[in-house]
Design a protein around this ligand. Structure first.
Ligand code: FAD
Length: 168
């Protein structure tokens, strides 16, 4: 069995390594000091094709294999796991439901801009009284005409404080 990376995977590693070191690296100290997430990194990553890397090319993503996605995660987290987590939530938890279960219209409305970094996503499971035990959550979503009224409280949501930002 060949355990070597392919040429494509090596080139990808070099590219994401450069991005992490040169674009994320200089932001780490200020982000740690101020405890403010440098939100501008999300559209920057999107423009370079460094969001949702394993998603299909037809939605504007790179369509990589699983191993390449792991190279992506490793290189981001090596430089900063905090800033990296925001990019990873955007690339997985916050968008995978739409990819797997969304209608084509929802994919065009939410997924395609998220892959470009123009919309920021989050995944809100954890609650003060339930933790991440999905069976005990208390938040409700009640249908009201064409929309839903959502009531409840969430905590520890990565990207939760920046997910409203629309960078269209
Ligand atoms: C940096 C960070 C980012 C996060 N981002 C998100 C996010 O984007 N979205 C989101 O929804 N949540 C997020 N979370 C929340 C995170 O998913 C939960 O905090 C985590 O899953 C643990 O759940 P909990 O806090 O309910 O702990 P608990 O489930 O209360 O667990 C506490 C401890 O008890 C143990 N335990 C729990 N139940 C049992 C049992 N039945 N038997 C034996 N042992 C048990 C656990 O193993 C653990 O050691 C984030 C948390 C952090 C720290």
């Amino acid at each position: 069995m060949d355990f070597e990376f392919t040429e494509e995977q090596r080139i990808f590693r070099e590219a994401i390594k450069n991005f992490a070191e040169n674009e994320i690296g200089p932001l780490v100290e200020e982000a740690e000091e101020t405890e403010v997430y440098p939100v501008e990194i999300i559209p920057k990553a999107g423009k370079l094709g460094f969001l949702c890397v394993r998603y299909p090319e037809k939605y504007g993503a790179a369509g990589t294999d699983k191993l390449t996605e792991n190279i992506y995660i490793e290189e981001l987290m090596r430089v900063c796991s905090g800033i990296g987590s925001g990019l990873l939530v955007q690339s997985s938890l916050g968008t995978s439901m739409i990819l797997e279960h969304g209608t084509e219209e929802q994919k065009q409305e939410y997924l395609v801009p998220a892959i470009k970094g123009e919309r920021i996503s989050a995944f809100g499971l954890t609650e003060p009284n339930a933790g991440s035990d999905a069976a005990s959550i208390q938040t409700t979503a009640v249908k009201d005409g064409d929309s839903y009224v959502i009531n409840g409280r969430k905590i520890f949501i990565t990207n939760g404080s920046i997910a409203y930002t629309h960078r269209g």
